[in-house]
Ligand binder design. Structure first.
Ligand code: ZN
Length: 356
């Protein structure tokens, strides 16, 4: 099972380079037994998952209401109370993965700020996948992240098993070490599920150490003591271990949206305020590549069933209003090939006020 999930990495990497129409996994790119897993197998796993069914029903209700804005207007109280974090919760950085959405860690509810692999990929780089120099454990990069997380009041670095972003990061690390692109054989040898899980934990540990050191240097001993990491094994994700099931990518201008409420569909979550415009757009693009890929819903997202990119506007911050985010999203979709554009709908709603 774990073998299959980490192949998400191979699929995501291939798709990120623009090949989104593969009916089966990239030939020779799979890891171990996963090579024999077809798109048909993945579709069956996706459709059997209870969260896929629940999301599909909710999306039908949204369509019937006339779209997201209208649906949220009708269900405003419920959305406000359940789909946004209440103020004052301890903050964690976590992956955008739709399955990594449970917000309670060790019995305590956390407010998750989400991006690709909790920052293990530098989405601000112009050509991340083509860049042979990027190293997720580079001390300068870790320092930069530690500063950013301290500035945002984050105290928990959360990571998870079977992380697609972690897999890409591990490929980047090996590319740098070997001085060349990895062959399928290299990937089989180096990008194993165990190695990916070890890397995301090592990354989180280094960020925690850097944050603690910096906070102590500022005289903030108590804050330093709160900083910690948390790893969630793949079996605990709210999606199947072998596949992604998200039909929605949220581009959240409030940084306070919670995907696990059950009120709205689950989905990838990109916390827009934690990224630059370019970084946010590229993270949405990566989520799209996974959704359309051999380990996502893939061809299930066609015809009447589309991939929803939903901008969530902050009513009190014009830079992250639904209009501002929609403008970004429209320029992003205009850059996609026509066959992909036809499979995506972009919608928005403004967060019900006073919940974040
Ligand atoms: Zn992840």
């Amino acid at each position: 099972m774990q073998q299959a999930t980490v192949s998400t990495v191979a699929a995501a990497t291939t798709l990120f380079h623009g090949d989104a129409e593969g009916k089966e996994l990239p030939s020779g790119e799979g890891h171990g037994k996963d090579e024999h897993m077809t798109h048909h197998d993945t579709a069956a796993i996706v459709q059997a998952h209870p969260n896929w069914k629940h999301d599909t029903e909710t999306l039908a209700a949204i369509a019937q209401a006339g779209g997201w804005e209208k649906y949220v207007a009708v269900h405003g109280k419920e959305v406000a109370e359940r789909a946004f974090y209440r103020p004052g919760l301890e903050k964690a950085v976590a992956c955008m993965d739709e399955g990594d959405d449970e917000t309670t860690v060790d019995g305590e509810e956390l407010h998750l700020i989400r991006n690709a692999g909790s920052g293990i990929l530098n989405m601000e780089l112009d050509d991340l996948l083509g860049n042979a120099e990027f190293d997720p454990l580079d001390p300068a990069y870790i320092e930069q992240l530690a500063d950013a997380f301290i500035a945002r009041g984050i105290t928990v670095i959360h990571c998870h098993g079977g992380c697609g972003a972690g897999g890409i990061a591990l490929e980047k690390k090996w590319e740098k070490k070997l001085g060349r692109k990895l062959t399928p054989e290299d990937k089989k040898q180096y990008v194993t599920p165990e190695a990916v899980d070890a890397l995301v934990q090592e990354f989180s540990r280094l960020v925690v150490e850097a944050m603690q050191r910096k906070l102590k240097a500022m005289g903030r001993e108590e804050d330093a003591a709160k900083v910690r990491m948390h790893f969630k094994p793949i079996e605990q994700l709210s999606r199947p271990a072998e596949a992604h099931i998200a039909q929605v990518i949220y581009y959240d201008g409030t940084n306070a949206f919670k995907t696990s409420s059950g009120v709205l569909p689950r989905g990838f979550l990109v916390s827009a305020q934690a990224l630059s415009e370019k970084g946010g757009e590229k993270t949405v693009d990566l989520a799209k590549a996974i959704s359309f890929g051999g380990h996502g819903p893939g061809e299930l997202l066609s015809g009447d069933r589309k991939l929803h990119v939903v901008c969530i506007g902050d009513p009190s911050n014009p830079a992250f209003s639904s209009e501002a985010l929609m403008e970004r999203a429209m320029s992003w979709i205009a850059s996609l090939p026509e066959d992909q554009r036809n499979r995506i709908v972009i919608e928005s709603f403004t967060a019900p006020a006073a919940r974040h």
